[in-house]
Structures are given as structure tokens and as C-alpha cells.
Write a protein that binds this ligand. Structure first.
Ligand SMILES: Cc1ncc(COP(=O)(O)O)c(C=O)c1O
Length: 490
């Protein structure tokens, strides 16, 4: 500590040494990750209780801080990058992804305008266009990088709102003779649709959830009926949100039919490909992109399926100028910085200050190439199919939804028959409880991590693949753990 200056930064030689120390720490962490518990068994509040509540008055040595990360933070984490983490959609952490994040840190720029960050701006435009080419979107689609798909859909629906109710940007929604707008999405769609409606003053209740068919895809006939009913009641259909890769089962809505309805009613079509959109880089998944060209906006989360570390989400809009028209607003102090610009990304959303997210994407995509990502996605499908075969071979279990992407919903059905005799209600709750308990017990064991969800009101277990460290051995171990836990719960 005495060697450190009072002001300014860490001396270069000390910083170099700390970086080496951190490099070793990262490499050791990555190498030893598989041996850690996947999830902690702490009581809520335990981690905070182990840390001093008082803010530090004097600076501390980096070694001491790193030691505490090891001692207190790492054991308190759910390790999303652990090979036995099979929750949500899996998690695509990779070496190049980590390198990309590290390389971004010292630059620490603000990518708000071209002038303030020419390379960050131009690289963003470049990588956004790489993904556009990979997923086969037409050239008229321009994109912008946000943190998440939730923020993406909010911006998309803001444009839809402005186009349906011109001057809303200027005048707001109240005190004007405007109809009540409706947004349609399936009963399997993500809650970010309601969040956007809340934020935009459209109202949560004006998001109409349309039923799905037996394969959890939006029922287009039901969509028509809902729209007709709304029209009769003087609502104004504003937008439809079709999902490619729904959150529970990764089902894909029938976009061509939904696009046709949007055209008929002059509605905005938003394609939520937050999870599933990335699979469009595979020729065998090209079918999912049918009619995306007719959409007004498409969101895709490369941090879910295209190996970019969180956070990195792209919103594409057919003619990005439509988005700029709603959000461009140049404060006086930035006027000088916004001239001579190729593009000022602050004009395409709420955020002014923006991270340089494109660099990590550029690093990972150059490191893996499309082919490297495709191989890894295909391997996820191979593991998925293995698991599906094992589930089908064990009579105590059944698949709870068709498998479209590397997401498997399944449930234990043992006990259904015996409890059915004692009344349908008891049967459902007993078996549902059992399925939920298996997930809870496995997660509490620290040996694997799964999620549970509800499908048609029934509790099911759910496994999502996405981690490059997950191998066949891990999947087999997870399946044996599920079988064992189900057995001991009988
Ligand atoms: C289909 C779908 N859309 C949107 C989202 C929201 O994504 P984000 O966390 O990027 O806001 C999710 C999250 O899992 C999702 O599954």
C-alpha cells in the first residue's frame, strides 16, 4: 500500500502484475468450474451478512479483494457457465467471449455518437449486419444493439405506437381522442410484451394473450377471432408479437399467417427471436425465418444463442429510420458531436451513454466463425436428442412438449394412475408437486441445475442446453440424477 500513489492510477508495473494475477485467477476458475457446486445452498441474506456493511473508508489491496471474491462471492453464485447448469436456455460462455469482455474494459468508451466513438459506432453497424446476413434478413433491415430483448420490444412498440398515433412522441397519449390500442401475442410469449405495454402507457391489459395449439404455437384462428371481437368493441389493433423459440418450450409461431393478418389490419409485426432467432444461422433451421421479411421488427439475443456474453441483444427494424424518427433528440451540448456522423446510436433509443458492446461480439464471431457456432449448436441438438431418447425409454417419464430446439420439457408421470383413483384433483396436485420437488431437490444438491415451468397448468421439468462445456457425460449424469431423485421421491 505504501508504494501506491495518493492520486492517479495504479503504477503500471503493479497493474501489470495484478493483470497477470487476474489472468491466472480466470484460467483457474474456468478450469475448476466443473468441480464447484452449480448452485449455493445459502439462506437469503447470508452473503450480505458475511460482508462488512460499512463502506470502506480507505482503499484495500487488490489481493485482499480477489481473496474475498474467492472466499465469499464464488461460493455464493449460481454458476451459469457450469457444465451441469441446464436451466433456462443454457449459457454460452466461452474463452473468446471472456477475452472480448476483457479487451473492452480498458477502452471504456461511450458509444453514444460517431464522433465520441468512431470505431465503436462503425463496429456496431458492422457486426449487426453480420448477424443480418447470417439469419437471412433483407438489406432494408437495420439494427441497433441494446442490452436485452425486453428493451428491444419496448422500442419497437414505441415506433408502432407513433405510427398508429402520430405525434405521440410530442403530445403524449392523454387528453387526445385516441382509441385503446391492442397488442396480440400468444399465451406462451414472454412477459416482456406486457412490460413494454406498461412502459409505453398502452396498458398491461391491452396485451391480449391468444391461445396456442397442441404444439404451443399461436392459434391463428383464435387470433382472428380476438381481433374481430376487439374491432367490434372499438379497440384498435396495434401490433402482433410472434415468437420464435418461446420461453417454456421453444415453439415457433406460424409467422406467415400472422404476417398476413398484420397486413390486413395494418398492424405492426414484431418477431421475438430472442432465444430461437440465432438458430437461423443453421440451414436446417432456415424454416423458422419464413416471413421475417414481412415483419416490422425482429429481436434476437446473441447472448442466448450466438455465444456473446451477456448482455447483447439486437433489434432490427425494417427501415431503421422509423426508429430514429421516434427517438432522435440532440441535446445542445452534443450538437457539435453529432455532425459529420455516419450514425449516432444515441438517436435510436432511450439511452444516451452506451457501452461498446460490439467489440466482444466481434472477438467471439471472428474466433468461432459461423461454422464454429453452427457446430456447437448442432452438438446441443445431439445432446438434446440423446436426452429425449432416454426420457422415452423410461416409462415413468413423458415428454411434455415437442422438441424444436435444445430445450426439453418433460415430466414424471408415475403416480398418475394410483392417485387418479382417489380423484382427479389430488392426482394433478400430487404429481405436479413431485415434479417441482425433483427440480428443487436437484438444485439444492448443487450437482446440477434445472428449471421448472407450467404447461397447460401442469408442472413440468425443463432442461435447456447452451453451454459449450456440457458433454454427453454431463447429460448422462444429469439424467441419472433425475431418475435417482424421482425414485427416492416415490
Ligand atoms: C422468448 C423470449 N423473449 C424475450 C425474453 C427477454 O429477454 P431479455 O432478458 O433479453 O430481456 C426472453 C427471456 O428469456 C425470452 O425467452
Amino acid at each position: 500500500m505504501q508504494d501506491q500513489p495518493q492520486l492517479g492510477d495504479t503504477p503500471p508495473e503493479v497493474f501489470r502484475q495484478q493483470l497477470h494475477q487476474l489472468a491466472d485467477w480466470i484460467a483457474d476458475f474456468r478450469e475448476g468450474l466443473g468441480k464447484l457446486r452449480v448452485a449455493p445452498n445459502h439462506q437469503p441474506g447470508a452473503i450480505r451478512a458475511a460482508l462488512p456493511a460499512q463502506p470502506p473508508e480507505e482503499g484495500e489491496a487488490f489481493e485482499k479483494i480477489l481473496e474475498d471474491i474467492d472466499r465469499l462471492i464464488v461460493p455464493g453464485m449460481v454458476h451459469w457457465s457450469h457444465p451441469m447448469f441446464l436451466g433456462y436456455f443454457g449459457w454460452p460462455q466461452t474463452g473468446p467471449g471472456i477475452l472480448g469482455e476483457i479487451a473492452t474494459a480498458p477502452l471504456n468508451v461511450n458509444a453514444m455518437t460517431w464522433r465520441t466513438s468512431p470505431a465503436a459506432t462503425e463496429l456496431e453497424t458492422l457486426v449487426v449486419d453480420w448477424v443480418r446476413q447470417w439469419i437471412g434478413l433483407p438489406e432494408e433491415f437495420g439494427g441497433v444493439v441494446y442490452d436485452t430483448a425486453s428493451v428491444g420490444i419496448m422500442h419497437a412498440l414505441a415506433v408502432a405506437r407513433e405510427e398508429a398515433a402520430p405525434s405521440t412522441r410530442k403530445l403524449g397519449l392523454t387528453g387526445r381522442d385516441l382509441p385503446r390500442f391492442r397488442v396480440y401475442t400468444s399465451d406462451q410469449a414472454h412477459s416482456s410484451v406486457e412490460k413494454a405495454a406498461i412502459a409505453l402507457g398502452l396498458g398491461e391489459e391491452n396485451v391480449q394473450r391468444v391461445p396456442t395449439d397442441a404444439e404451443f404455437r399461436m392459434d391463428v384462428a383464435a387470433l382472428r377471432v380476438t381481433i374481430e371481437r376487439d374491432l367490434a368493441e372499438k379497440y384498435k389493433p396495434l401490433a402482433a408479437v410472434a415468437t420464435v423459440g418461446t420461453t417454456s418450450t421453444a415453439s415457433v409461431d406460424p409467422i406467415p399467417e400472422i404476417a398476413k393478418i398484420c397486413l390486413e389490419h395494418k398492424m405492426w409485426l414484431h418477431v421475438d427471436g430472442a432465444y430461437g432467432g440465432g438458430f437461423a444461422i443453421l440451414p436446417e433451421y432456415r424454416w423458422i425465418t419464413k416471413s421475417w421479411s414481412e415483419a416490422d421488427s425482429v429481436v434476437i439475443n446473441p447472448h442466448k444463442t450466438l455465444f456473446v456474453p451477456l448482455d447483447f441483444s439486437i433489434l432490427y427494424v425494417s427501415n431503421l429510420e422509423r426508429l430514429r424518427r421516434v427517438f432522435a433528440l440532440v441535446p445542445e451540448y452534443l450538437r457539435g458531436d453529432t455532425i459529420e456522423a455516419e450514425k449516432n446510436y444515441m438517436d435510436y433509443g432511450i439511452q444516451l451513454g452506451r457501452r461498446f458492446r460490439a467489440l466482444k461480439a466481434w472477438v467471439i464471431w471472428r474466433s468461432l466463425g459461423r461454422a464454429g457456432m453452427a457446430d456447437r449448436l448442432r452438438d446441443q441438438m445431439r445432446l438434446t436428442n440423446l436426452l429425449v431418447d432416454w426420457i422415452k425409454a423410461d416409462k415413468r417419464f413423458e415428454l411434455a412438449a415437442p422438441v424444436v430446439m435444445p430445450v426439453v420439457c418433460f415430466r414424471l408421470v408415475t403416480g398418475d394412475e394410483s392417485s387418479r383413483r382417489s380423484g382427479a384433483k389430488a392426482d394433478v396436485s400430487t404429481v405436479d408437486k413431485l415434479n417441482g420437488e425433483i427440480v428443487e431437490r436437484i438444485n439444492a444438491s448443487g450437482r446440477a441445475y434445472l428449471t421448472q415451468t407450467k404447461l397447460r397448468g401442469r408442472t413440468v421439468m425443463r432442461i435447456g442446453f447452451g453451454n459449450v462445456l456440457t458433454t454427453e457425460d454431463h447429460v448422462r449424469a444429469a439424467w441419472e440424477l433425475i431418475q435417482e431423485t424421482a425414485g427416492s421421491g416415490d
